[in-house]
Design a binder for this molecule. Structure first.
Ligand code: M6R
Length: 601
């Protein structure tokens, strides 16, 4: 994934481009570059490394350029991170920045090379610069449209031409947002980058191409037909997109969970009716005739899906299969299946491709996502938005618990529609749901206790997380978090599965986090690992009389129904991995080799 920005206005473009790029650094951070118009020429400055370092180079060169420019922050896909592979790419009087994958770039590259174009990088993106140059006579947007017509794959692209009074941008299967300012127009891959400049944005749609002037935006389809567009006013505070006093976005986002959870269920529950209001784009008879749900997701979203496997069969009588999106291509969809895509970003390539395949099978589909207007919403019959606000830390936290809440709402909705839950049973779940933000807040207040435990075990060789039932997916999620940000090899296991192999790895150097708020069976698994020398950190319900006898350390959590205790345990494992990574001095918000949103297969 990469981030692109562009600016056309009355101020010097350089500082605006660097500022907006820094706000997109979470999308990629191995190299960066800008191209700025200067005396009817284009000045390009780019290098491998951080945006802040590139900015120093720009300043050392005397902050060149005028009031129109484009910029890019990269996460390598084709070609390693290097100065020459950094965007923008220039061809004649054209400069481009690109996010996405040009799938037929090798054919295009061969063709363009035969025509005499010289390539300076190993990237797929550079073909776009040469193609546009090939077609550019007077009308830049026409040249861009002709070039894009030859391209297979995905793109969000911004184009600058030395002789053109306007900028051009276009998108297909990669996000792109336009900002409408006072005497200035902006482009970015995501909204938070624009918030210091404007709250008025236009979300570009797939297949659209835009001409940007200082004071207006014209949007067309690729055939040049004018398209109408809506300007949306963003209501988030600037604070919501900034760290707000926390040392890392991840810690801030962990602490935003009570609010994110409340917002996700607000306005959707009725205690009186004992029901949930979610419009799913499915008729009631379609809901009743469903035979199963197949969930498609990746990473943390996949773990959220696993919780539904335990929940939907109980609440709605619906068996659930949970598939990793990247493996879904090899599987079959049966009739009367509801497909449910879970993706916080709404842009994960594997998930989108799997949903595209599912769409061809003639079954109904839903998505759970945090990003309004994201690509996933175009592929499904209905969308349930989590309302968590932007998540900047690469590690998913509040969007994970938001997904769990969305799944609980969906389970109640399906259970009621299918007659599997009585109003009274649904009401009891709803009442407990409304208590949850307060319970999560109480868990957050244990942060110092959790920090101390994390620091004590920060030298661990390997971590194990075990859980049963609703807590098994959270054990997997705890291990993923520990790997992702603390770089400690970690395994998540169903408690009963440990003795079938992994027990061989248990030693004094392998702390085991036992999620023990759901039933007593886990206690025998705790004894098994204790007997092999491991220290056990148990997450248990307040007042549990037995757990202290078997675990070395106990973190007590408020009592609630098992499915909600999965949310409480999630918060603890997030804090545990956060404080471990912090103790180890690691780059928590931007772990090595990872990006927030993976828009490649
Ligand atoms: O945006 P998505 O939910 O589709 O992202 C899926 C995974 O890439 C994501 O959950 C990843 O595993 C996170 N970095 C985990 O913290």
């Amino acid at each position: 994934m990469c981030g692109i920005v562009a600016y056309i206005g009355c101020e010097k473009a350089g500082p605006v481009l660097f500022d907006t790029l820094k706000r997109l650094e979470y999308r990629g951070y191995d190299s960066a570059g800008v191209a700025i118009k200067s005396n009817e020429e284009i000045e390009v400055i780019k290098s491998a490394g951080k945006i802040a370092d590139l900015e120093k180079i720009y300043v050392s060169l005397g902050s060149p350029g005028e009031t129109i420019g484009i910029g890019h922050t990269r996460w390598a896909t084709h070609g390693r991170p290097s100065d020459s592979n950094a965007h923008p790419f220039i061809s004649g009087q054209i400069a481009i920045v690109h996010n996405g994958i040009i799938e037929n770039y090798l054919d295009l590259r061969e063709l363009l090379t035969e025509m005499g174009f010289v390539f300076s990088s190993e990237t797929d993106s550079e073909v776009l610069a040469h193609l546009i140059n090939l077609y550019y006579k007077e009308d830049l947007s026409e040249a861009v449209a002709r070039a894009l017509a030859q391209v297979e794959g995905s793109y969000a692209v911004a184009v600058l031409a030395a002789g053109s009074p306007y900028l051009v941008c276009a998108r297909k299967d990669s996000p792109l947002v336009l900002g409408v300012g006072d005497g200035a127009t902006y482009v970015a891959s995501d909204v938070p980058a624009l918030l210091p400049y404007t709250r008025n944005v236009v979300r570009m749609k797939d297949g659209e191409i835009a001409r940007l002037y200082r004071d207006r935006i014209d949007i067309f389809d690729l055939e040049g037909r004018p398209q109408s567009h809506q300007v949306e006013t963003i209501e988030w505070d600037m604070d919501a997109a900034e760290k707000g006093g926390y040392t890392h976005f991840m810690l801030k986002e962990i602490h935003e969970q009570p609010r994110a959870i409340r917002e996700t269920f607000s306005g959707r529950i009725s205690e009186i009716e004992g029901d949930v209001r979610l419009s799913l784009g499915l008729s009631e008879s379609e809901i009743r005739s469903l035979e199963r749900v197949t969930i498609i997701a990746c990473g943390t979203s996949y773990h959220a899906g696993l919780l539904a496997k335990y929940l939907f069969v109980r609440a709605a009588g619906l068996p659930v299969e949970v598939e990793m999106a990247s493996e879904f291509q090899h599987l079959q969809v049966r009739p009367r299946t509801l497909i449910l895509g879970i993706t916080q970003s709404g842009e994960t390539a594997d998930t989108l491709l799997a949903l595209k395949k599912a769409r061809t099978c003639g079954v109904r589909s839903l998505a759970i996502t945090n990003v309004v207007g994201s690509t996933v919403t175009e592929l499904v019959d209905g969308t349930i938005y989590t309302r968590c606000g932007p998540e900047i830390g690469v590690a998913a936290t509040k969007t994970f618990t938001g997904q769990l809440i969305a799944l609980i709402l969906l389970a109640i909705r399906l259970g009621r529609a299918r007659g599997h839950l009585t109003p009274d049973q649904a009401r009891k779940m709803i009442v407990e749901l409304t208590r949850l933000p307060g319970l999560v807040q109480r868990v957050l207040e244990k942060r110092e206790e959790i920090r101390k435990i994390a620091e004590d075990y920060s030298g661990a060789e390997c971590y194990f997380f075990i859980g049963r039932d609703f807590l098994y997916p959270i054990a997997l999620e705890g291990a993923l978090k520990m790997k992702e940000i603390a770089y400690i090899p970690s395994e998540g296991y169903a408690g009963g599965e440990l003795k079938h192999g992994p027990l061989a790895l248990i030693t004094e150097e392998t702390p085991v986090v036992a999620l023990a708020t759901c039933g007593k069976k886990i206690q025998s698994n705790i004894k098994e690992v204790k007997a092999r020398g491991a220290d056990v950190v148990a997450l248990a319900t307040e007042g549990d009389p037995d757990i202290g006898k078997v675990a070395n350390v106990v973190i007590e959590l408020p009592e609630t129904r098992p499915v909600f205790s999965a949310v409480l345990c999630s918060v603890v494992v997030q804090l545990l991995s956060y404080y471990t990574a912090d103790k180890l001095g690691l780059p928590i918000d931007k772990p090595r080799n990872l990006a927030k949103c993976v828009t490649v297969e």
